[in-house]
Design a protein around this ligand. Structure first.
Ligand code: ATP
Length: 356
């Protein structure tokens, strides 16, 4: 029997609500799926941890994470984080544990009115460097201010990060429709995006069975809106990937439906694309699907890593269960035009999972 310790971290805003749904799913799986034993390990982080322990990322949490097979992280209200006691948990974990590929699928759902009904793309976003000042330096920040009216933001691009990202993208493409699109701005950011593009193209030679093309990010944003079905796996740098994955979520019905996985060679962390959504926090109406499908991605990753078909299959069944619920049109959260609560949506998915 596959037995996995899964760290569960609530986060801020709607985090405790949507991660409660993940806990419910884990409990239902443990009760009804004899082939898998998923052991939730609750770990404090974020504003709640700051209140009780004086830091958003306690050392005890970091230590416990090392003992887990996979992690689930809720969203964080990072604009409230200030100073050394309030590190951006997501950024620290991605960088420290080399979770270098942020894998963000956007797939159309039956029953969801969106621009298209047949989108199926995955953004594979670099996760450890680029323009992100909170993770692209060994010490200090990648943004600094030499004068009151002047700010410099440093972008870091390394061959190592580009290479491992590209490999993750090409491997993923082989499991899908064998098409990788490299997105960059090498006509202007000649050195940084040039290194990204050259490195990805070199990796491509190891995957002659995978079709490769590339676009400047500005033109690609248009192509993705106008003809998303022409694309499969989109490999790109950190900032471009952040933007394009929200755009992709918009193509399939919104952020409530957009899951993500931060994957490294040794570890992976499920984390929805959306933020902590303070505007709807505490009302019980957040859509838990993005977090539940992030769990599905983590199960797929565990299945591949441990050659555990039960985990892989469960990940796929979870996706089917979500599709089944959305197709019936009976249970929809407010972001999808319905009135269902987070709890009602979660219960419907648990029930549908049983039937798969
Ligand atoms: P961040 O900077 O962390 O990305 P943000 O405020 O820019 O945060 P989100 O928190 O993702 O972005 O919210 C964007 C919009 O999407 C908000 O109106 C929010 O209510 C909505 N939203 C995000 N996640 C969900 C969800 N799970 N269910 C329903 N609505 C959501």
């Amino acid at each position: 029997m596959g037995s996995y310790r899964l760290a569960v971290m609530d986060g801020d805003g709607i985090g405790p609500e949507v991660i409660a749904s993940v806990r419910t799913l884990l409990a239902a799986i443990n009760e009804r799926e004899p082939a898998l034993d998923l052991i939730p390990v609750d770990l404090p982080i974020g504003l709640a941890a700051y209140e009780h322990e004086g830091t958003t990322l306690p050392a005890s949490t970091l230590a416990a994470l090392e003992t887990c097979d996979g992690w689930i992280l809720g969203p964080l209200t990072t604009h409230l984080y200030q100073g050394a006691a309030m590190p951006n948990v997501s950024a620290v974990l991605r960088k420290r544990f080399e979770l270098f590929a942020n894998i963000r699928p956007a797939r159309s759902f039956p029953g969801i009115a969106a621009l298209y009904s047949d989108v199926d793309v995955v953004v594979v976003r670099e996760n450890t460097e680029g323009f992100y000042a909170d993770r692209n330096m060994l010490a200090g920040s990648g943004e600094f201010q030499p004068a009151p009216d002047t700010v410099l933001s440093v972008r870091v691009v390394t061959q190592r990060a580009c290479e491992r990202l590209a490999r993750a993208g090409f491997e993923l493409a082989r499991r899908r429709r064998s098409h990788v699109t490299l997105v960059h701005k090498a006509n202007v950011l000649r050195l940084g995006c040039g290194l990204f593009l050259d490195t990805c193209r070199a990796v491509a030679t190891d995957y002659p069975d995978v079709q490769v093309d590339d676009f400047h990010v500005d033109a690609f944003a248009m192509h993705l809106v106008m003809r998303p079905t022409d694309f499969d796996v989109i490999v790109t740098t950190n900032l471009f990937g952040d933007v394009l994955s929200d755009l992709s979520a918009g193509l399939i019905g919104g952020l409530g439906l957009a899951p993500g996985l931060n994957a490294g060679h040794e570890r992976a962390m499920a984390q929805a694309v959306h933020g902590s959504a303070p505007d709807i926090a505490g009302r019980g109406g957040a859509n838990p699907i993005a977090s539940i499908l992030s769990l599905a991605q983590l199960l797929d990753w565990l299945g591949t890593r441990h050659t555990d078909l039960a985990a892989t299959n469960l990940g796929a069944r979870l996706w089917t269960a979500v599709e089944t619920v959305l197709a019936t049109d009976a249970v929809k959260t407010p972001d999808l035009g319905g009135k269902a609560t987070t709890t009602e949506m979660t219960e419907a998915i648990v029930e549908a999972l049983q039937a798969t």
